[in-house]
Design a protein around this ligand. Structure first.
Ligand code: RET
Length: 235
């Protein structure tokens, strides 16, 4: 599709923001004790994947026209990979290491629950976008919201119960930031071109770019620096 120069500029800014975020997170990661470096992997790839998605959108190959509506499929490709990684980052901060056995399997099952519900949230949200112009669009939107609620239920409920007292403050801080930022997505979607079309495309692209950078780069930096501080505290 033809993007306006303002839209292009915002998407380029998103690309650069995500790429710089990946670099900064990797640099912080190298300064962490070896045992804590696994926390960096997810946050690094979240930003690297988003940088690619933003680049694709900036050069105009990130969207398709379906039923006369423009769909930025690159966003959904990004989210289906990055939201599970963001949740994995959060959950591994929270869930203390176990040597294995039954407790380990229980925790692995919980991670599976969170990620499974999250993937369905993104996939059904994508179907909702593809169904623009049809009556069932909002049904798919509602289904996506149900899976989103399941994700929130799990991270506020069963996952939180496993969080050790040392990691609790960091877990709660990250969880609060994640909740506030993630709640903006369904609202923005509903107001944007895929939803009711209340917002202009430029407005939608701009707000998405800001919350995307906060939810990926901001969240990632807080996570890796938080883990570093917690490790020093324990040592
Ligand atoms: C959609 C529309 C359908 C209803 C719901 C949605 C939720 C999306 C979310 C996306 C989060 C994205 C993040 C990206 C990182 O930068 C698919 C918009 C519930 C929560 C955190």
């Amino acid at each position: 599709m033809e993007l306006t120069s303002t839209q292009e500029t915002i998407l380029w800014a998103g690309t650069i923001g995500m790429a710089l975020g990946a670099i900064v997170i990797a640099m912080i990661g190298f300064r962490l004790p070896k045992a804590e470096r696994h926390h960096v992997t997810a946050s690094f790839f979240v930003c690297a994947i988003a940088a690619c998605a933003y680049y694709a959108m900036a050069i105009g190959i990130g969207s398709i026209t379906v039923n006369g509506y423009e769909i930025f499929f690159a966003r959904y490709a990004d989210w289906v990979l990055t939201t599970p990684l963001l949740l994995l980052g959060l959950v591994t901060v929270g869930i203390a290491a176990v040597a294995g056995g039954e407790a380990g399997r229980e925790r692995a099952g919980l991670i599976g629950f969170v990620i499974g519900a999250d993937i369905l949230m993104v996939v059904t949200g994508f179907i909702a976008a593809l169904r623009n112009g049809h009556d069932d669009k909002w049904v798919w939107y509602a289904i996506s919201c149900v899976f989103f609620l399941l994700v929130l239920w799990a991270v506020y409920g069963p996952v939180k119960e496993y969080v050790s007292s040392t990691m609790k403050p960091l877990y709660v801080r990250l969880l609060t930031i994640l909740t506030v930022l993630w709640l903006i997505y369904p609202v923005l979607w509903a107001l944007g071109t895929e939803g009711t079309g209340t917002l202009s495309l430029t407005g939608e692209i701009a707000v998405f770019a800001v919350i995307d950078v906060l939810a990926k780069v901001g969240f990632g930096i807080l996570l890796v620096t938080g883990v570093g501080k917690a490790a020093k505290h324990v040592a």
